[in-house]
Design a protein around this ligand. Structure first.
Ligand code: AMP
Ligand code: MG
Length: 397
């Protein structure tokens, strides 16, 4: 038996490098992983500019506590630049974002003004008020986004504001996905007694997409050695990672091991975890292979623990560890020492802090426990039974 952390480390160590780079339009960059740092080519904002609609003046012209009377020399529309300067007792009517005219250092907001023809009366404001200095947001040359980070909506806005129309990102990893088992039937098709509808290809397909990879659906393979062999070879030729579910136990129809032995290399690992059956890890002609358990909860959990970080690493991400919190257990939980257990849980934020309970029955075939869950309760190897009121580690999902 190997611990979860060791299994994960060994799997990740085998992923040599990220997928190649490509260029995409900024508008298509959401969720993609940057392949290069993004540095600002200029100061943002690139000139001192007004933070409000109002009047640009010299602070020295504002009578402290009183009202100053200054002459309006021009009215600057948005997008325009005032070529002249502001002399003593003069002002420029200015819009939010417009460049400050030469000579002016302060803007009096519209609301604090009273216009009288060519003249305007202005209330006093702090010297330098309402001016956004050049470079206050970003300095020229500063790295604003690091390679390896995942682009969020606000990142796209920042990249665009620097004038870039495209971003350099990693190609999405490609994942070939297939279900194994004579009893597994495509949803929407007729089902005979003893058969079940395929769940895993859909939950795993969703997890592949959520991890930022592209899923290639290769359907269901019956427990027939020749067919499995053919489909796995096709999968390996088309993808960076091949995922199967089912067929990795020790039953008579569990063919994955035998077939992988012929066309690739495979290790069967007893990972000290619950749920989770033996996990098959190997390669088919250089392509990474994962044989996930057939039980729906176990396959989702194994994907989460072992496959997702591989897809993230292939996608170029640098942060592979999930964020966890601690919460107070509101119920007792059975726990066997010596293995890591993952309970499906419901995490709530209360006036006493985070609290967590399980979703109920925890069998590895009970997919509805995963649906009801908003977190995993992680009970570490060394731990025994948990009593209500104890602190536990929780990974929000
Ligand atoms: P196996 O490891 O192939 O014996 O599968 C273990 C359990 O998971 C059995 O009850 C299978 O019927 C079930 N199972 C296997 N594949 C799937 C699937 N794609 N969707 C739902 N259940 C499955
Ligand atoms: Mg099977």
């Amino acid at each position: 038996m190997i611990p979860v952390a060791e299994a994960r480390a060994r799997i990740l160590a085998d992923v040599a490098c990220a997928a190649p780079e490509e260029t995409v339009p900024v508008a298509r960059g959401l969720g993609r992983v940057l392949a290069k740092d993004v540095a600002a080519p200029f100061d943002v904002p690139s000139v001192d500019n007004s933070a409000v609609d109002g009047y640009a003046v010299r602070a020295a012209d504002l009578a402290p506590g009183g009202r100053a009377r200054v002459r309006v020399v021009a009215d600057l529309p948005a997008g325009a630049v005032y070529a002249g300067g502001i002399a003593p007792r003069e002002t420029l009517r200015i819009m939010t974002g417009a460049p400050m005219p030469r000579g002016a250092d302060t803007v009096v907001p519209q609301e604090l003004s009273q216009s009288a023809g060519e003249w305007v009366e202005l209330a006093a404001v702090e010297p330098g008020a309402n001016v956004r200095p050049r470079g206050e947001d970003v300095r020229a040359g500063a790295v604003v986004l690091r390679a390896g980070s995942v682009l969020r909506p606000q990142d796209l806005g920042l990249v665009a504001s620097l004038g870039f129309a495209e971003v350099r990102v990693h190609r999405r990893p490609r994942v070939a996905l297939l279900s194994t088992g004579d009893e597994v039937v495509e949803p929407g098709q007729p089902r005979r007694p003893g058969q079940i509808f395929d769940a895993n290809r859909f939950s795993l397909g969703g997890m592949v997409a959520a991890a930022g990879a592209d899923a290639l659906d290769l359907g269901i393979v019956p427990d027939v050695r020749e067919l499995l062999r053919e489909r796995l070879l096709q999968a390996a030729g088309a993808a960076d990672v091949v995922l199967t579910s089912g067929g990795v136990s020790v039953g008579d129809y569990d063919l994955v091991k035998g077939v992988l032995g012929e066309i690739g290399t495979i290790d069967f690992w007893q990972v000290a975890m619950q749920p989770g059956r033996p996990l098959a890890v190997g390669r088919i002609r250089g392509t990474q292979f994962f044989g996930l358990p057939g039980n729906p909860v176990a396959s989702v959990l194994c994907f989460h623990l072992f496959v997702r970080p591989v897809l993230w690493k292939l996608a170029g991400r640098t942060r592979l560890d999930p964020e966890c919190v601690t919460a107070t257990a509101t119920e007792a939980m059975r726990k066997k020492a010596g293995r890591r257990e993952f309970k499906r849980g419901v995490l709530r934020f209360t006036d006493r802090g985070y609290e967590v309970s399980t979703t109920g029955p925890q069998g590895s075939g009970i997919l509805s426990s995963m649906v009801a869950a908003n977190c995993l309760i992680i009970l570490e190897e060394g731990r025994g039974d948990v009593m209500a009121g104890e602190l536990v580690l929780v990974e929000p999902l």
